[in-house]
Design a protein around this ligand. Structure first.
Ligand code: NAD
Ligand code: UD1
Length: 340
């Protein structure tokens, strides 16, 4: 393989797993991350697991000149753009920061790539762009319309990518719309390490299991679903990482811009996740039912057929494997990467 892959935000949760999968597939990888929500320890462990070096530069994407210097230094051929802020509640409180980092960071990155003649990009989008879906499963033709500033940054970025691809037909771009990434590498050496109180279900459940939190509060059990709790499409982070490898491998055949869902195609309720996590941990996890969370959609799961058609990829790992791997990571690293 000739050129290297630049991973923005590659020290983070999804980035570090993708980094590992790309290294194992023989790609050379360069990571740019400002470490605002990650630890360099994740990359040290990726290097240890793969036996391959990871070139790392601590750079804020919005620093266009610093980013340009990194790109000039390496034979970058394609980019996977993970870097950004992702907490929904925080985005409601600090919308300008979200537009600045997510949208401004992307514009800065595209500026550098244009200058340097790089025209191959895979972008981390989210199923959040579908807002409250009219029907499930959700395919890529479904109407979009985010319900919070975080989601709107993803929509704006998707539109920017589409516009840039129209202006210059040399571009090959895929926006991967992730459903709910969970789990960890089966070694238990890398995983999800959120700062502060986790917003998302799986890391919260795992912190309850390891004793960092007293109990899970289930956000509502009066939804019109089989057990009254919300339905989501949980996808193993290793399947997701392999989806990025597939996208990079197929990018030459994908001119222009297109969005592609990355999900399993099947939904699980909150209580099904808690039951699977309890099986993985080996005991019943403490929980109580609380109020609904504002802004939650009732049910969201992917129609993943486009990913299969255009990327030749489909998810293979089930909920029990997701929970077993998440638990191996959490129990071996109760304080995440800060575990002594
Ligand atoms: P993460 O926070 O672990 O990773 C993002 C990385 O970007 C972090 O390492 C952070 O330090 C870095 N970063 C942030 N701002 C930066 C900047 N200005 N310059 C350079 N680096 C910067 O999150 P993740 O879960 O790995 O998510 C990766 C991407 O996937 C994000 O764009 C996120 O919006 C998207 N996504 C995540 C989920 C999810 O549930 N985890 C779902 C859908 C989409
Ligand atoms: C959240 C984000 C969404 C993002 C997605 C990515 C919100 C409102 N939405 O969505 O933008 O794209 O993560 O992974 O934050 N739950 C509990 N108790 C908890 C935590 C969660 O019952 O302590 C429930 C939620 O109500 C939901 C399910 O678990 O029904 C999954 O929640 P979460 O992991 O936050 O994911 P999303 O709601 O899909």
């Amino acid at each position: 393989m000739s050129g290297a892959v630049l991973l923005t935000g590659g020290a983070g949760y999804i980035g570090s797993h993708t980094c590992l999968v790309l290294l194992e597939a023989g790609h050379d990888v360069v990571v740019v991350d400002d470490l605002s929500n990650a630890s360099e320890e994740s990359l040290r462990r990726v290097a240890e697991l793969t036996g391959r070096p990871v070139a790392f530069h601590q750079v804020d994407l919005r620093d266009t000149e610093a980013l340009d210097a990194v790109v000039a230094e390496h034979p970058i051929e394609s980019v996977v753009h993970f870097a950004g802020l992702k907490a929904v509640g925080e985005s409601v409180e600090q919308p300008l920061r979200y537009y600045d980092v997510n949208v401004g960071g992307t514009v800065s990155l595209l500026d550098v790539l244009q200058r340097r003649g790089i025209r191959r990009l895979v972008f981390s989008s989210s199923a959040t762009v579908y807002g409250e879906p009219e029907t499930v499963p959700i395919d890529e033709a479904a109407p979009v319309g985010a319900t919070n500033p975080y989601g709107r940054t993803k929509l704006v970025i998707e539109q920017i990518l589409a516009d840039v691809a129209v202006a210059d037909p040399a571009w090959h771009m895929v926006a991967l719309r992730y459903f709910n990434p969970v789990g960890a590498h089966p070694s238990g050496r890398i995983g999800e390490d959120p700062r502060g109180i986790p917003n998302n279900l799986m890391p919260f459940v795992m912190q309850v299991a390891v004793g960092r939190r007293d109990e899970l509060v289930v956000f509502g059990d009066d939804y019109p679903t089989p057990d009254g709790t919300c339905v989501r499409d949980y996808i193993h982070v290793m399947d997701l990482a392999e989806g990025h490898r597939a996208a990079l491998d197929r990018l030459d055949d994908l001119p222009g811009y297109r969005p592609v869902n990355l999900g399993t195609g099947s939904g699980s309720t909150v209580l099904e996740v808690v039951a699977a996590a309890s099986r993985a941990v080996g005991r019943r996890l403490p929980r109580r039912v609380g109020d609904r969370r504002a802004g939650d959609v009732v049910a969201s799961f992917a129609d993943p057929s486009r990913a299969q058609q255009v990327l030749g990829w489909q998810a293979g790992r089930g909920l029990d494997e997701m929970c077993a791997d998440a638990w191996r990571w959490q129990s071996n690293n109760p304080q995440g990467y800060a575990t002594p």
